[in-house]
Write a protein that binds this ligand. Structure first.
Ligand code: PMV
Length: 311
């Protein structure tokens, strides 16, 4: 039996604008992970996949639907990449995930990364971060059409990154970042909010490009503040970025309420994270304020609250 796991992630600055060539900053959430377990089975069943959180069990060659296709493709791409004949293998693959689905924490990329790694390991081929990232990117394209590539990159490398159109710079925070993540409880598909932004961009390109430029400025200044260990400046930029995402139309009442609650409880700054329209928000805090912020988020209606320290 072989097990592998992968982290989840939050985008600290720059979502949506990153799809249009602007820079963004993302960090891994190592505490909230997905796992894949691979066993060789003796029967000639082929490849069977059990996705516990989806409550689905299916075979690699079953007719695909929207939910299982990305997982089937992740398996196929990995085996093709390793040059293993699919027909020759009888495997049982189990997937488990603590990453909430469709909440902006990269659940699809996280499960796919764990899957790719576990298959590689089981077949005695180590898949490095660059390979995992590239394989998962292909799967991300099935999930949402025009992914920027930031999710698969930050998850595969499990390091803070600055990212722009495939260009990656690994960041070393000058001070550990204490992040509190609140889940609004409302699922939201990235594909839908990306399409919504595209429509807005089509209707008024100049206004939306100007918003993207403002978001890019937050991301660049935020990268500097993160590297220099200046949480107060970084927090302010998170809040500024949230206001820009509100203007872009991708926030929600529930997300705004959580962002406000975190700020009132002492957060240095807070914003929605990921595609928006639902899903999660993230707050930057001094360590001593984390319990109060977590309580405030729960009281303001967060379905789950996660805490992570990024070093
Ligand atoms: O919602 P998530 O975790 O898939 O993050 C999406 C980030 C976007 O910038 C909105 C889309 C992308 O492909 O970068």
């Amino acid at each position: 039996m072989t097990i592998a796991s992968a982290a989840s992630k939050v985008i600290l600055l720059g979502e949506h604008a990153v799809v249009y060539g602007r820079p963004a900053v993302a960090v891994p959430v190592s505490e909230v992970r997905a796992w894949a377990e691979v066993n060789t089975i003796l029967s000639e069943e082929g490849i069977c996949i059990y996705a516990e959180d989806l409550g689905r069990s299916f075979r690699l060659d079953d007719p695909p639907d929207e939910t299982i296709l990305p997982l089937q493709e992740a398996v196929r791409n990995t085996l093709r990449n390793l040059r293993f004949p699919i027909e020759a293998l009888s495997l049982e693959i189990r997937l488990r995930s603590r990453v909430p689905m469709a909440r902006g924490m990269g659940s699809g990329a996280s499960v796919a990364t764990a899957l790719v790694r576990a298959i590689g390991k089981h077949l005695c081929h180590s898949i490095d971060a660059a390979q995992a990232s590239a394989l998962v990117f292909q799967v991300e394209r099935i999930f949402h059409g025009t992914p920027s590539g930031i999710d698969n990159t930050v998850i595969a490398y499990e390091k803070p990154i600055w990212y722009r159109q495939g260009e990656v710079v690994f960041l070393r925070p000058g001070e550990p970042l204490h992040l509190v993540i609140g889940d609004s409880g409302t699922p939201s598909r990235t594909r839908d909010t990306v399409a919504q932004v595209r429509e807005k961009h089509r209707a008024d390109p100049a206004a939306v490009e100007a918003l993207f430029d403002e978001i890019a400025r937050c991301a660049e200044a935020g990268r500097e503040a993160l590297e220099q260990g200046n949480p107060i400046t970084l927090g302010g930029l998170l809040s500024e970025n949230h206001a820009l995402l509100q203007r872009l139309g991708v926030s929600s009442e529930a997300l705004d309420a959580l962002v406000m609650a975190a700020r009132r409880a002492g957060a240095l700054g807070a914003k929605l994270t990921g595609g928006g329209g639902g899903g999660c928000m993230v707050a930057l805090a001094f360590e001593e304020d984390v319990p109060a912020i977590s309580e405030a988020l729960a009281a303001a209606g967060a379905q789950s609250v996660y805490y992570t320290v990024v070093m």
